[in-house]
Design a protein around this ligand. Structure first.
Ligand code: C2E
Ligand code: MG
Ligand code: MG
Length: 655
């Protein structure tokens, strides 16, 4: 087996050059065997004397060797395959012609001529023509010879020669024919090969394009989200295998919608392209920037820790500020907000992206054009507040809200009414105060639902008080948030609640804060005027803490100003609070409003305020916000009387 192994190796080889050589050797061997067979046949038939056979053998061997040499030389001479086949054909012809020339010189010469014609026909004429001429030549000469035998049956030798002649001519023609066909076939294959090669190029171009479509974002040519996910999953494996530091950052172009709206979508597309180019130009080779969706980009920073990531993002942000993008004729200072997270051991890419996303939202909330790192503590707080929001919505819908009532009293001690203050009776956490959930509700339309519930509950309470003569005189103040007031259906809804509960509108007071009036003073004035026309009154809550503008204060249809408890608590501290409280009292009176001081906790505070002309009070000194039962029993108890006495004492004492 080992003896043949080089040959087997040669046969199994993929090398086309080797295969070609093997083919030529095989043809040579076949020709040689054929020639020997013819010779043997001729010797057997008596046409060739045995002594001539050795010359013929020599011719055949020489011819074969010559052919073999030609093949061996083909590489060195740089012969083309068609030249080689031509040589091969001529070689075979010469071999046979030489053989016949040795046997009978005349026939050899005739045969040579005939073969030259045939070779010419084969190479110069179309295949079918050359076959026709070949057949014609062979059968004419062969037929003539047979006819001669027929005319003179004694010429037996001539008959044998005719058979030889036809046989030899047929073989020569066959060699020529095969060579021609072989050439044609090879030409056709060559054409097909080049066609295939062209198709291969087109196919590989198409594949490249498909790959580009599949992997790249068409606009920015950056890796798209799908492809980036593949990259990230590979990185994830490497991260866990090699414990490399891996940082993921989400970059979101600031105010992209405004750019699209103001300059059009084409400009928006240009911003995305230029932005991606500018960012990419500043990155390292192994950093990967991908278009994650819309105006959001994902940046993969391998071997980057927190401080390095922050530096990279800050540099990118600075670069963008230094070199604003030029879109058509406009120069746009495009900025982005970024959030990033460094992957912790065992963490998945999806988790890291989620963290980066949360950090990015914090960057947005912090005023944009800044970067934030994921901070678990802040995120825990955000998650908690999200959970609280859900729970609050559920709480509002399932009746967990309650109103507490804090008395409001006159300077003479009469309880004029109360302020309704909402509380959330949480099934697990107990009583939650508004400071912990009102700001959350104000972030969304949840405050509308909450406010509507408060207004309805307060009006129902007013209606209940109206049914008893001891409480029929009581007023109720209800806090209204800015979002509520701005609702176009606020007036309609408030009037509807009042109508349904059948309250006396004069008993209802709505408390607004200064800050909520700033955004749309005109709108607020219009709303207030309509409701005032219906009989409601308005109090300006927390006065002095907002951005009060005295110019619009006189235009607001107010009934009361509420001095904020921060001033009340400091009236006796010797600070400016006392001066401010006094100024607010005289300002309110000057404008024709009543004044109520909230957060009155001590008799001294009460004495000070009374002395400076304050008419109404609210604070722990009189009573804390309590559930309705407690409020009503407070009204009926001696406690109220005790408080009234204290007021008298305080007022009577010199300031
Ligand atoms: P506010 O309207 O200024 O209510 C007065 C707050 O001061 C109440 O706090 C009350 O309990 C507290 N307070 C009253 N007297 C004293 C006192 O003598 N000393 C001290 N330290 N505090 C006193 P509360 O109930 O926690 O309410 C806080 C804020 O929540 C309210 O401030 C109001 O802005 C808001 N709020 C309460 N209920 C509602 C509501 O139904 N709707 C809306 N939109 N906001 C509400
Ligand atoms: Mg209030
Ligand atoms: Mg207040």
């Amino acid at each position: 087996m080992s003896k043949f192994s080089p040959l087997l190796h040669l046969l199994a080889s993929d090398d086309t050059k080797l295969r070609r050589l093997i083919n030529y050797w095989a043809i040579t061997a076949a020709l040689y065997i054929l020639c020997v067979f013819i010779l043997w046949f001729q010797v057997w038939a008596g046409a060739v004397p045995p002594e001539q056979a050795k010359w013929l053998s020599l011719c055949i061997v020489a011819g074969s060797l010559l052919f073999y040499g030609l093949i061996r030389a083909s590489t060195a001479l740089n012969l083309t395959p068609s030249q080689l086949s031509f040589g091969q054909g001529i070689q075979a012809i010469l071999c046979i012609v030489a053989a016949y020339a040795i046997v009978t010189p005349v026939r050899g010469a005739v045969l040579t001529l005939l073969l030259v014609v045939l070779v010419f026909c084969a190479f110069a004429l179309p295949a079918r023509r050359s076959h026709q001429i070949t057949a014609f030549a062979i059968f004419t000469i062969g037929g003539t010879m047979l006819w001669l035998v027929h005319v003179d049956p004694e010429r037996h030798a001539a008959g044998i020669e005719a058979v030889h002649f036809i046989l030899a001519s047929s073989m020569s023609a066959a060699v020529v024919f095969l060579t021609t066909q072989f050439n044609r076939l090879r030409e056709r294959l060559k054409a097909q090969k080049s066609e295939l090669e062209q198709q291969k190029i087109e196919l590989s171009e198409a594949l490249l394009r498909i790959e580009q479509i599949a992997k790249r974002d068409e606009l920015t040519l950056l890796p798209n989200r799908r492809y980036m996910k593949e990259v990230l999953s590979k990185e994830e494996k490497r991260h866990s295998a090699e414990s490399r530091t891996l940082c993921l950052a989400l970059l979101d172009i600031d105010h992209f919608k405004a750019i699209n709206d103001s300059y059009g979508h084409a400009a928006g597309d240009e911003v995305l392209t230029s932005f991606s180019q500018q960012v990419q130009a500043t990155l390292r080779d192994h950093d990967v920037l991908a278009r994650w969706g819309g105006e959001e980009f994902l940046l993969l920073l391998p071997n980057t820790n927190q401080s390095a990531a922050m530096r990279v993002l800050e540099r990118l942000q600075k670069n963008l500020v230094d070199a604003p993008l030029k879109i058509a004729d406009v120069t746009l200072s495009v900025t982005f907000s970024a959030g990033f997270a460094v992957m912790s051991p065992g963490e998945t890419v999806a988790e890291a992206i989620r963290r980066a996303d949360k950090a990015m939202y914090r960057a947005k909330a912090a005023g944009r054009n800044t970067s934030r790192q994921y901070d678990p503590e802040i995120e825990a707080a955000i998650t908690a507040s999200e959970e609280l929001k859900c729970a609050l919505l559920h709480g509002i819908e399932s009746g967990q809200l309650v109103l507490h009532y804090q008395p409001q009293v006159k300077a003479d001690g009469t309880v004029t009414g109360a302020e309704a203050l909402v509380r959330w009776q949480h099934p697990q956490k107990g009583l939650i105060f508004p400071g912990d959930f009102i700001p959350l509700a104000e972030e969304s339309d949840m405050i509308i639902t909450l406010g509507q519930w408060v207004l309805t509950a307060a009006c129902e309470q007013l209606a209940a008080w109206a049914r008893h003569k001891e409480t029929a005189h009581l007023n109720l103040a209800v806090n209204v948030s800015a979002r509520q007031l701005r609702r176009p259906d606020f007036v309609e809804h408030t009037l509807a609640v009042m109508a349904i509960t059948g309250i006396n509108p004069c008993r209802l007071k709505l408390e607004l804060t200064e800050s909520m009036l700033v955004d749309d003073v005109e709108g607020a004035i219009a709303t207030m005027n309509t409701l005032k026309f219906a009989g409601l009154s308005f109090s300006l809550d927390d006065f002095g803490t907002g951005y009060s503008s005295l110019s619009y204060l006189k235009r607001l249809p107010l009934d009361q100003i509420k001095i904020d408890q921060s001033f009340v608590s400091g009236v006796l501290s010797g600070s400016e609070d006392g001066i401010i409280a006094r100024a607010v009292i005289s300002l309110a009176h000057g404008l024709g409003f009543s004044v109520i001081a909230e957060g009155v906790e001590t008799a001294s505070q009460l004495k000070f305020l009374t002395h400076h002309g304050c008419n109404d009070f609210q604070g722990y000194f009189f009573g804390r916000p309590v559930p309705i039962q407690d409020f009503e029993s407070f009204l009926a108890s001696k406690d109220a009387k005790r408080r009234v006495e204290a007021i008298y004492e305080a007022v009577a004492a010199p300031v």
